[in-house]
Ligand binder design. Structure first.
Ligand code: ZN
Length: 300
C-alpha cells in the first residue's frame, strides 16, 4: 500500500512522515530508498513524498518518491517553505538588531518574505515599541508586536501563517517556545508522537521540526541562534538585500555606488533627511565591513 505525506522531522537517516488518511493523521517512520542517494537527492523536512507501507502495525514505511519542491532553503535546510517568522523580544532582552538584520539579509538572499515578530510587548515601553516600528517601517517585512504571555496581537499572526509553511527562528530567551505553544496547541502531542517512535537512544533534542497548524499550514521550528554568518554573499551584493535602498539604485552620482564613502550618494542623503532609518543604514555599513574583513582574511 502507498500513501502520500509530508516529512515533519529527520533524524539519523530516519524520516517521520505525516500522512492524512481516512482515519485521521498518521505518523510513519521511514527510510529513504537508496535511489535518492544514487541520484544525489536527499529528502528534506517539508518534502511532500510518497511512501510504501512496510508494516502497518508498527507504522513503518519507505519513501519511494519525492514530489517537486516549490522552494528549498539552505539554512535551515527545509523544503517548501514560503515565508519566515523571526522572533525577537521587544525588550528584556533588548533586541540585537544587527542579528535581526543579518537574518533579514539571509532570507532576502533566498527570496523568502519575513515577518518580524517582537514578542514581550507587555515589557516594552511605548517609546521602545515606536522606535522599533520606525526602524523597520521601510524594510518591506511585515512587523508585529505581540505578547505571547498575555495572548495579545497573536490573532493577526495566526492569520498571516494560515495557508503557509513558515520557518520560525529567533535567539533564545525571547519567548519563542511560548509563542509556538500558543500557535500549535498540540505541539507537545505532535512532538510526543515522534519521540515515542525514536525512543531508542537516538538523539532527539535540538532538531528542527515541522508542526501542522491547519490545512496546508505548517510551522518549522528551528533551534535558537546567537549568531548568523552571511555565507555566499559578496559585500557588493549586500546593498541589494536592504529594500530601503532599492528606489535609490541609479540615483547616486557614481554608478555601482556602495552608499558608503562616495560623494553624491542618494542613500546617504535619504538617511540625513530621515527617509531611511539611520539604524538600518549603520547596520548595513557594519555588515559591509564584516564581509570586507572576511574577504581580506580569505585572500591574505
Ligand atoms: Zn549611493
Amino acid at each position: 500500500m502507498e500513501l502520500e505525506g509530508k516529512i515533519v522531522k529527520g533524524i539519523a537517516g530516519f524520516y517521520y512522515v505525516n500522512c492524512l488518511t481516512e482515519t485521521g493523521e498518521k505518523l510513519y517512520e521511514c527510510r529513504a530508498k537508496g535511489i535518492f542517494r544514487n541520484q544525489g537527492r536527499k529528502p528534506l523536512v517539508g518534502d511532500e513524498v510518497e511512501i510504501k507501507i512496510l508494516d502497518q502495525e508498527k507504522k513503518e514505511g519507505s519513501i519511494v518518491s519525492l514530489f517537486p519542491r516549490s522552494c528549498e532553503l539552505i539554512r535551515p535546510a527545509v523544503a517548501n517553505v514560503d515565508q519566515a517568522l523571526v522572533v525577537f523580544a521587544a525588550a528584556r532582552p533588548k533586541p540585537n538588531l544587527s542579528l535581526l538584520d543579518r537574518f533579514l539579509v539571509m532570507m532576502d538572499q533566498q527570496s523568502i518574505d519575513t515577518i518580524i515578530c517582537f514578542n514581550k510587548k507587555d515589557e516594552a515601553s511605548d517609546k521602545e515599541i515606536q522606535r522599533l516600528s520606525d526602524i523597520y517601517s521601510g524594510c518591506k517585512s511585515r512587523v508585529l508586536f505581540v505578547s505571547a504571555k498575555y495572548q495579545e496581537g497573536t490573532e493577526k499572526l495566526e492569520e498571516w501563517l494560515l495557508g503557509h509553511t513558515t520557518t520560525v527562528a529567533g535567539p533564545s530567551g525571547v519567548g519563542k517556545s511560548t509563542l509556538i505553544n500558543l500557535l500549535v496547541p498540540d505541539a507537545c502531542m505532535q512532538t510526543g508522537a515522534i519521540s515515542q517512535k525514536i525512543d531508542r537512544g537516538r538523539h532527539t533534542t535540538r532538531h528542527s521540526e515541522l508542526f501542522r497548524i491547519g490545512e496546508d499550514s505548517y510551522l518549522f521550528d528551528t533551534p535558537g541562534f546567537s549568531s548568523l554568518e552571511l555565507a555566499g554573499l559578496s559585500k557588493e551584493d549586500l546593498r541589494h538585500s536592504f529594500p530601503e535602498f532599492r528606489e535609490h539604485e541609479g540615483r547616486c552620482r557614481f554608478q555601482g555606488c556602495l552608499h558608503l564613502m562616495e560623494p553624491g550618494c542618494s542613500v546617504k542623503e535619504a538617511v540625513e533627511e530621515s527617509r531611511i532609518s539611520r539604524e538600518r543604514y549603520e547596520s548595513y555599513a557594519l555588515l559591509f565591513q564584516g564581509l570586507q574583513e572576511k574577504e581580506k582574511r580569505r585572500y591574505s
